[in-house]
Ligand binder design. Structure first.
Ligand code: GUN
Ligand code: ZN
Length: 447
């Protein structure tokens, strides 16, 4: 038996099974109202079971009683833009106009390393406040800014995968680079950050619209050089974007093929949006194991369209949630889950009737799987890292009242997705280290 430093006593939910599987049994989540989780000094859950049993087996461990709130696995955001914290909330524009008027002007400011460091602080604080412990972060076009992001994520112990965003056409000149320079800068960043603690590198062409074939080939070369990097980009978000890409790549079968042609798609690849896929594209995504980041608030805010979740699930494409800050309307993955529920409901027969279990799965385990971290995080099973959040609403709020009067565990979980926001995320742990408590974030002391 491995020794534990702490035994957490909690009311806890997680989704080690897949509620989307054909043979999934209701309610699709695991709930224990007096759970014991024994966590070792290096942050691993070494025992899980009834509190009395786990506590008796670890008599020297400190017991922390969390039953005043609800313990969930740390939330996972599979698509969120670091340089866009300050442009959240610009409504009323479709994608290409929003990029030109809002996102790209702000992103150019990150050429200034001091500005980039400030934004990195705001961004990491935003993730922690929302209870997001693991994320795939769209980085910046400027290498020093990406350094600032990794450094800040490391300071707080967050699990972050990110990289240099590269483009060589269409965007404003300060955001452009060459395939040669992109290759060199990406490798330099990856050498310093990939696999360091909880950080990993993601090769990141912005989208095919702004990346020529030589640039995508340079991305493939970086993937080959690193070996186990992630890959991320955008696909099929908006009809005007899709039409432009189709004109730019007359020799490719479709938008997904612009990436697949260069061997960029695989089990560590995540493409954001995919609101307008063809069946042929879904087949390629499924065959390559590529995951899709479903970004409900962004898709609504930019009027991009209704995400065809059922078609993805039926085709066997892995899906998880992304906030898509700053087109998305905030960092909260709870809000993305609720919006997914609304939008799928509104789609009627074409949509999926999502339960609270589906929302928790999309917000945690599905995200971990999309990022190749299913063995490390995503649920609270023995052997996983203790990445967790405590939802504990302030007294007298709707969520507090709702949870006290919920008539079942499923009812309570539904209330969490309907009502929880940042103010309800009372504690945040990553790898057993507490990175936020009572709304205050704090750097972790490295062991
Ligand atoms: N496509 C290319 N860049 C972006 C971006 O910054 N946000 C969104 N939503 N889509 C994009
Ligand atoms: Zn995006």
């Amino acid at each position: 038996m491995t020794s534990a430093e702490v035994v957490y006593r909690a009311r806890a939910y997680d989704t080690p099974g897949d509620p989307f599987a054909d043979d999934a049994v209701a309610p699709g989540f695991r709930y224990d109202d007096d759970l014991g989780l024994a966590v070792s000094g290096d942050g691993v859950i070494v025992a899980r079971g009834p509190f009395a049993t786990v506590a008796a087996a670890h008599p020297d461990a400190v017991v922390l009683d969390l039953r005043a709130g609800i313990l969930l696995p740390g939330l996972v955001d599979t698509h969120v833009h670091f340089p866009q914290v300050r442009v959240i909330g610009a409504l009323g524009m479709p994608l290409l106009e929003w990029l030109e008027r809002c996102a790209l002007p702000e992103e150019q400011h990150l050429a200034d390393p001091a500005y980039a460091a400030t934004i990195a602080g705001e961004f990491v604080a935003g993730l922690i406040a929302a209870g997001t412990t693991t994320s795939l972060v769209f980085g910046s076009h400027f290498a020093p800014a990406v350094d600032a992001l990794f450094a800040e994520a490391e300071r707080y112990g967050l699990r972050v995968t990110s990289g240099l965003v590269v483009s060589d056409r269409v965007l404003p000149a300060p955001l452009l680079t060459t395939p040669e320079r992109a290759h060199a800068e990406a490798l330099d960043l990856a050498t310093r950050w990939h696999g360091r603690g909880r950080l990993r590198y993601a090769v990141t062409p912005r989208f095919s619209l702004s990346a020529s074939d030589p640039m995508l080939a340079a991305c493939a070369a970086v993937m080959a050089d690193i070996g186990d990097a992630c890959f991320t980009s955008h696909v099929n978000e908006n009809p005007a974007e899709v039409a432009t890409v189709s004109g730019q790549f007359p020799d490719r079968a479709h938008y997904v093929d612009t990436y697949d042609h260069h061997g960029l798609l695989g089990p560590l690849s995540v493409l954001a949006h995919d609101v307008h896929p063809t069946d042929a594209e879904l087949s390629v995504l499924a065959a390559t194991g590529t995951a899709v980041a479903y970004c409900p608030t962004s898709n609504s805010a930019l009027g991009s369209g209704m995400f065809p979740l059922r078609r993805h699930v039926t085709a066997g494409v892995r899906v998880a949630l992304g906030s898509d800050v700053g087109a998305g309307t905030g960092f909260s993955i709870f809000k993305e889950g609720l919006q997914a529920y609304f939008l799928q409901h509104l789609l009627g027969g074409e949509g999926m009737r999502l339960t609270a279990a589906h929302l928790l799965h999309l917000s945690t385990a599905a995200g971990a799987a999309a990022l190749g971290l299913a063995d490390t995080v995503g649920d609270l099973s023995e052997g996983k890292q203790f990445d967790a959040i405590l939802v504990r609403p302030p007294a007298g709020t709707s969520l507090d009242i709702g949870l006290r009067h919920a008539d079942s565990p499923e009812g309570a979980l539904g209330k969490v997705f309907a009502l929880a926001g940042d103010a309800d995320v009372a504690e945040v742990w990553v790898g057993g280290e507490q990175v936020a408590s009572g709304g205050f974030v704090r750097p972790v002391s490295r062991r």
